[in-house]
Design a protein around this ligand. Structure first.
Ligand code: NI
Length: 184
């Protein structure tokens, strides 16, 4: 297993859609192992392959609380359906959307913003062993799987915010990025 580099906004690769996986081979399993390790290392609860620059439809999620043991979930070719009309709002953050205010003293890594999504949905996918599975999604899991499938379609949660908010945040992030790039 290996920790991979997580791409961050404004990297254009984050806006490129991923392709279906043809077969869950040992290479794909190794990719999932690496993604899980990368996600744990970054203290995330979900990671899509696009975020490490691999444009294949693979995502990993672990929603276990800190006092629980790890509950990794693997999703190959996840397909969402049966979206509820009922909407849920969650404060979303993303390992690819870093907070420009982040410093050594301020460990908050992400920008968090409230995002509205359908409260429940269904996901069909292949698991770690290539077996077809389906799950009903609710609560944080529903939000998280929709966030990850968005990544696989080249969409960041910022694009789910109001136009005004999106452009304000993106401007701030681009400025911070330009500052960092100049300094290195
Ligand atoms: Ni994300």
């Amino acid at each position: 297993m290996a920790i991979r580099e997580i791409l961050t906004f404004p990297n254009p690769l984050l806006h490129q859609a991923a392709k279906d996986v043809k077969e869950v081979t040992p290479d794909i399993q190794e990719l999932m192992d690496d993604m899980l390790e990368t996600m744990y290392h970054a203290n995330g609860i979900g990671l899509a392959a696009v975020q490490i620059g691999v444009h294949l439809r693979v995502a990993v999620i672990d929603l276990a609380r800190e006092d629980e043991s790890a509950k990794p979930q693997y999703f190959v070719n996840p397909k969402l359906s049966d979206f509820s009309e009922e909407i849920n709002t969650y404060q979303e953050g993303c390992l690819s959307v870093l907070n420009p205010k982040q410093t050594e003293d301020n460990p908050v890594p992400s920008i968090y913003e409230p995002v509205q999504r359908p409260k429940t949905c269904r996901v069909d996918f292949l698991d770690y062993n290539g077996q077809p599975q389906q799950l009903e999604c609710d609560g944080l899991f529903a939000t998280c799987i929709q966030h990850e499938v968005d990544h696989l379609d080249g969409i960041l949660f910022l694009q789910r915010l109001s136009r005004l908010k999106q452009s304000m945040i993106e401007k701030r992030l681009r400025k911070a990025h330009a500052r960092v790039t100049r300094n290195t």
